[in-house]
Write a protein that binds this ligand. Structure first.
Ligand code: ZN
Length: 662
């Protein structure tokens, strides 16, 4: 097998425009040719059909990842705009293929009578082999792929009658429109309040300077993050916090009330037409959790596990609130961040200014490369790849003489670039065919980093190495790298965050300008401070998860009353009375009923971490983790990979201990 070559980037602006247009257009045309070949070629063997499908999947992955990356990162706006149009063209192609009955028939006719007609959650495991008579001469991975293809076509409703298919297409389009409308209303829903200068007590001077007093002697605060975050963390007067937070919690209300009501109705009808119990059953069919009932059970389990610790943290918050407001009867969500921040500063003596001196950007970057390289038995060799911007540092990921993949680190802010932190694919990994390439788009300073940015760096790097290691030996694009269950995909990244909290690991690279490593006792104080408020933060997340699940499954007539009830039930920290925070809950569109996902991945991450009980750099455990969890990508169910690594099925024990402050 020949070793695949990395991508060659264009040399100039004109070349990039071609790269962002002609290449994806050619891939889209190629997919159409492959589909026509599949539909026409009834004589094709089962394996030949899957191989053609794979060729189409590779072309789609290449086009989608290049276009999506360039639309978010290229310095030339014309390239970004052209790339974004290709992202949409690929989405349209996928929607069209999903409802194409002729394409579906190519695979459906191979389907074995046993093992494939049951919901995929039950049929998707390696243990559920198709009957011997019906294995089509395919190996286990190929049979898994076939089941996956048929399942996903069915999930779109391709096998329904013409009327139902037309209705499903309409509902899917309406879901997209309503989701865009919901997000747009949030983006455009900016609100303001006006306060007296006295009401800004506690806010940093640079904030006060940036908010001048108007002709009427008042100061305007908006619902932008740049106002909301400092006010909720630093304003010492509870009334100021409550004033801004109550308009913030009414963002996009009432505009989003009818939008959300219709979106929930559309999803319920889609689920019913497709034959699912509810929308959560539909969404979770392809995930580890497996069913709507299991989500409910999971959320109830978190409520039980947090109740005691959250109550005791709440008492400390209320006591601290009464130092400022002796008559206070309860801690509301408007007080939460202020009290947490005050207690961490006053009781745990963690000075963020002192901490950041140990995290100069270039030393952190080199440290992340060195630590993950040692952990995963790879070396990162700098290469001149000629990427899209001079800031981008490219590295070949090597093991011995073998190039496993290539990564590109684009880590500083600039005009027109994606403004959060995320890992993007650039090329899918296919053994002997396509070298996996991945990209980090982050916005770190070139000087000193905050510790939470160091945590973010490790987190995103977790996605990056998962894509490379899980792609280097992949055969099928649909199982390459991070193509695994959505509620598992955060776990390897959440696990790697832990390396940013380990005194021994940090001592290897977190040095101040005098060359002194970060003191172990400072790291210990940081860990203790981090643990305080953890149970309450989880109950806050639980509130969001209950709302996301409850709205989609219980479909209450009175949205506001139901949401207030779910938040009150989840956490002792009270929601603001009469608020409509669901109207501004942007994740309701993309996450649907499944906001539980992040906590679920965390359960898995804490369990994975428990295996590193003899130190985070234990080479035997690290090798086992790499070989059994990262390298297989999506070739097996995540639960099986985790069990293979741990030597037992995953459990909640480690997560519970972490909640209790361990
Ligand atoms: Zn992540």
């Amino acid at each position: 097998m020949t070793a695949p070559e990395p991508l060659a980037f264009p040399a100039d602006a004109a070349g990039w425009l071609v790269f962002a247009t002609t290449r994806p257009d050619e891939r889209i045309a190629r997919v159409r040719r492959i589909d026509a070949q599949l539909i026409a070629g009834t004589g094709l063997s089962p394996l030949a059909r899957l191989q053609l499908w794979n060729e189409a999947s590779i072309a789609i992955a290449e086009a989608a990842s290049e276009a999506s990356l360039l639309s978010e990162s290229h310095p030339d706006e014309a390239v970004r705009v052209a790339a974004e149009a290709r992202v949409q063209a690929i989405d349209a192609l996928l929607a069209e293929r999903a409802l194409d009955p002729d394409l579906f028939a190519v695979f459906a006719e191979l389907e074995a009578p046993a093992g494939l007609s049951t919901p995929a959650g039950a049929a998707d495991g390696d243990s559920t082999a198709a009957g011997v008579d019906h294995d089509n001469g395919l190996d286990a991975d190929a049979r898994r792929l076939l089941r996956r293809i048929v399942r996903d076509f069915r999930r779109g409703g391709v096998d329904k009658d013409d009327t139902a298919r037309a209705r499903l297409r309409l509902l899917a389009d309406r879901d997209t429109e309503l989701s865009l409308q919901f997000s747009r209303n949030i983006r455009d829903g900016r609100r303001e309040v006006r306060v007296t200068p006295d009401e800004l007590a506690g806010l940093p001077q640079d904030f006060i300077d940036a908010h001048p007093v108007d002709d009427e002697g008042l100061v305007t605060l908006t619902t932008e993050y740049t106002d909301v975050m400092p006010v909720r963390e630093f304003a010492t007067r509870a009334a100021t916090r409550a004033k801004l937070m109550s308009v913030y919690n009414d963002l996009a209300w009432p505009a989003n009330d009818p939008v959300l009501a219709e979106l929930l109705a559309v999803r319920a009808e889609r689920a019913e037409l497709l034959g699912y119990g509810d929308w959560a059953d539909y969404e979770t069919e392809t995930r580890m959790v497996g069913s709507s009932a299991a989500v409910r059970e999971f959320l109830d389990g978190i409520a039980d596990a947090t109740r005691e610790a959250a109550a005791s943290e709440y008492d400390r918050l209320l006591t601290r609130l009464r130092e400022d407001e002796p008559a206070a009867e309860a801690v509301t969500i408007a007080d939460f961040w202020y009290l947490l921040s005050a207690l961490k500063r006053e009781q745990f003596a963690v000075d963020a200014q002192e901490v950041r001196e140990y995290f100069r950007f270039d030393r952190v970057r080199d440290g992340v490369l060195e630590i993950t390289g040692r952990l995963l038995d790879v070396a990162y060799v700098p290469v001149e790849a000629g990427a899209w911007h001079a800031d981008v540092a490219s590295y070949d990921v090597m093991r011995g003489d073998r190039r496993l993949g290539r990564v590109h680190l684009d880590l500083h802010p600039r005009e027109g670039k994606y403004n959060h932190a995320a890992c993007f694919g650039l090329a899918p990994g296919i053994a002997g065919r396509s070298l996996p390439e991945g990209v980090l788009l982050c916005n770190f300073s070139r000087g000193l980093l905050e510790h939470d940015q160091v945590v973010t760096f490790f987190h995103e790097f977790g996605h990056l190495v998962h894509g490379i290691l899980g792609g280097a030996d992949a055969v099928w694009a649909d199982f390459s790298g991070i193509e695994t269950e959505w509620d598992f995909v955060e776990a390897p990244s959440q696990l790697l965050e832990e390396w940013a909290w380990d005194a021994e690991v940090l001592a290897t690279f977190a040095h101040n300008d005098q060359g002194e490593p970060i003191p172990a006792d400072l790291v210990e104080r940081m860990r203790v401070a981090d643990a305080f408020g953890r149970a309450l933060e989880v109950t806050r997340q639980l509130g969001h998860a209950n709302v996301s699940y409850g709205l989609h499954v219980e479909r209450p007539a009175d949205l506001a009353a139901a949401v207030e009830h779910w938040y009150t039930e989840a956490s002792p920290v009270r929601p603001l009375a009469g608020a409509h925070s669901y109207a501004g809950f942007g994740h309701l569109t993309g996450y649907g009923a499944c906001y539980y996902t992040y906590q679920w991945s965390l359960v898995i991450a804490r369990d994975l971490l428990s295996a590193f009980d003899r130190g985070l750099m234990d080479p035997d455990v690290a090798t086992r983790y790499r070989e059994r969890v990262l390298e297989p990508g999506g070739r097996r169910d995540a639960a099986d990979l985790v069990a293979d690594f741990l030597g037992r099925p995953y459990s909640f024990d480690a997560y519970r201990a972490w909640l209790a402050g361990a």
